[in-house]
Each structure stands twice: as C-alpha cells, then as structure tokens.
Design a protein around this ligand. Structure first.
Ligand SMILES: NC(=O)c1ccc[n+]([C@@H]2O[C@H](COP(=O)([O-])OP(=O)(O)OC[C@H]3O[C@@H](n4cnc5c(N)ncnc54)[C@H](O)[C@@H]3O)[C@@H](O)[C@H]2O)c1
Length: 274
C-alpha cells in the first residue's frame, strides 16, 4: 500500500514506538494525526507540533469515544485515511494476591480495569472508529482502503509474575487481530499486530527502578542482540506491516528472540505515563 499522500492516525504517537511510527509515516509522505493524552516529547503544552512537518496533534484519550472520533475526523480531513497505528498503552505490575492473604491486599480491581480499559478497550475504540472512516473512502487502484497495526507485547504470550493485568490486556489484542481482519476484509482493510519485547522507551519511567527493570529483562530473556530495542526498529516493522499488501491477520514478534521468564520482578511498580 502506498503511504505517500495518505492520512494516518497514530494513537500514543507522542512517545516511544508510536512517535517512531509517526516519524516513519511522515518520512514516507503521510499526513499524521497524533492522538495522545500527552503532547509530543519536548513540546511545550498547547504549542502546535512542528506545523510544516505534516504532524497534527490532538489531545485524545483512547478510552473516550468522542475524543477518538474527533481525532479520526481530523485525520480524514487531511487526506484519504488509510492508516491506523494503535500504540497507546500503559504498563502495570502488581501480584494477584498480597503477602498476608487479606482481601484488601489483593490486586486492586480498578487498576486491572484501567489497564484493560486503556490497552484493550482503547485499542478497539480506535480501530472501530478509524476503520469506519476508512470504509467510506474510495479504494486505491488495488482495492485497498486501509491498513491497521495494533501493538501487543511479549507479555501476551509469556506474562510474568505481576503482569496479570498487562498480559491479559495484550493477549486480548493478539486475540482480536484475526476477527478484526475478518470483519474488515470485505472493505479492503488489513489488520496486523506488532509484538515488541523490551524497547527503550519512557514506558518504564525515567527513574533508576525503571532502568533496572529494563536491564533485568534484557539480561534474563533477550537472545541477540542482547540489548533493548530501539523504537525505530519496531516502527520499521510497523511500516512493513502497513505497506506490505499481502500481510494480514498476523502477529509479528520483534524482540531479538526474547522469551520472558516467570520472573520475580524487583522494585518497579506503576502505570507508565498514564
Ligand atoms: N517499551 C516496551 O518495552 C514495550 C514492550 C511491549 C509492548 N509495548 C507496547 O508498545 C506501546 C507503546 O509503548 P511505548 O513503549 O512506546 O511507551 P511510551 O510510554 O513511550 O508511549 C505510550 C504513549 O501512549 C500514551 N497514552 C497512554 N495512555 C493513553 C490514553 N489513555 N490515551 C491516549 N494515549 C495514551 C502515552 O501518553 C504515551 O505517549 C504500548 O502499547 C506498550 O504496551 C512496549
């Protein structure tokens, strides 16, 4: 699929993997709407994002139907909407039960709901609305109306101790890939999922605990190259999945051969950039 001259929507496009996808799409000539709760890194609040560069930021919470609809409408006004990258996501680490066995120290239910709400419901919200707008476009010369890339995680397959909420939210994304591709096949929209391993992004936070967590994951689980991935290495695969006309309904791991161990995760706890 041709990416030049099209419009694209990238949720979570202000940071990390999503921001690298924005860079790649802009470099290929797309108009890109960044739908994120945070301004793109380094941008003072309220300032337009690099106006001549074909990036358009709209403050958007992916869990909010009206806000996502507004972001989709903005994207559709900039050209034929052909691309959605759903990268918005948050991380969370808490064990299912506490040490004392008290109900009160069991995994907080609202935290579980919040992770699923942002990662799973938010992803689906973006797909259902972006794909609706794509379905109204005229197809390109090959009959294609669009391509969607979702973002899961190695935790969808090998969720670790403390990752129950995050793993469930990401396994749901893997699980929705095929039925979404089936639902959208009649209008010429492909759906694939990118599954990152450990990628050096702000999702781990800026503190020492986040860095330690990231280093431990790399040491214990990554084959080669034994380092965290760079966001552009993930974006490269996202762009391939968007552009490759014959790739559909697939989940692709980009993780240097990582297989997460059950892990006793030390020190780090929290919701990334929420
Ligand atoms: N970094 C990793 O190691 C890693 C590994 C596996 C999967 N992932 C997944 O990759 C995706 C991107 O993560 P990243 O590492 O680039 O993290 P990141 O924190 O750099 O970027 C995530 C972006 O999502 C945005 N966001 C969070 N909640 C939102 C909401 N409710 N509405 C709209 N935007 C929201 C944040 O503001 C942020 O800009 C996430 O889905 C994450 O789960 C990351």
């Amino acid at each position: 699929m041709e990416l030049s001259g099209i419009s694209a929507l990238v949720t979570g496009g202000s940071s990390g993997i999503g921001a690298a996808c924005v860079d790649g799409l802009v470099a290929r000539g797309a108009e890109v709407v960044i739908a994120d709760i945070h301004e793109p890194s380094g941008q003072p609040a309220g300032s337009p994002v690099d106006p001549p560069s074909h990036r358009h930021f709209l403050a958007t919470d992916v869990t909010d139907a009206e806000q996502v609809a507004a972001a989709v409408e903005l994207a559709a006004s900039l050209g034929p909407l052909r691309v959605l990258v759903a990268s918005a996501g948050i991380a969370w680490l808490t064990r299912t039960i506490g040490r004392d066995g008290a109900f009160g120290s069991a995994h907080d239910l609202d935290a579980f709901r919040r992770v699923v709400e942002v990662n799973t419901v938010g992803t689906f919200n973006a797909v259902r609305l972006a794909a609706s707008a794509m379905s109204r476009t005229s197809p390109d010369a090959t009959g294609t109306r669009g391509a969607v890339v979702l973002v899961a995680s190695a935790a969808a397959f090998e969720g670790q101790i403390g990752q129950v909420a995050y793993a469930a939210s990401k396994a749901a994304i893997v699980g929705m890939t095929l039925p979404l591709a089936r639902d959208l096949s009649s209008v010429g929209i492909r759906v694939n999922t990118l599954s990152p391993g450990v990628v050096d992004t702000p999702i781990y936070g800026s503190g020492a605990a986040g860095r330690k967590f990231q280093d431990e994951q790399v040491d214990g689980a990554v084959l080669y190259p034994k380092r965290a991935g760079r966001p552009d290495e993930l974006a490269s695969m996202a762009l391939e999945l968007l552009g490759n006309s014959y790739c559909n309904a697939e989940t692709v791991r980009v993780d240097a051969g990582l297989r997460l161990q059950s892990g006793v995760v030390s020190g780090w706890r929290g919701v990334g950039r929420s």
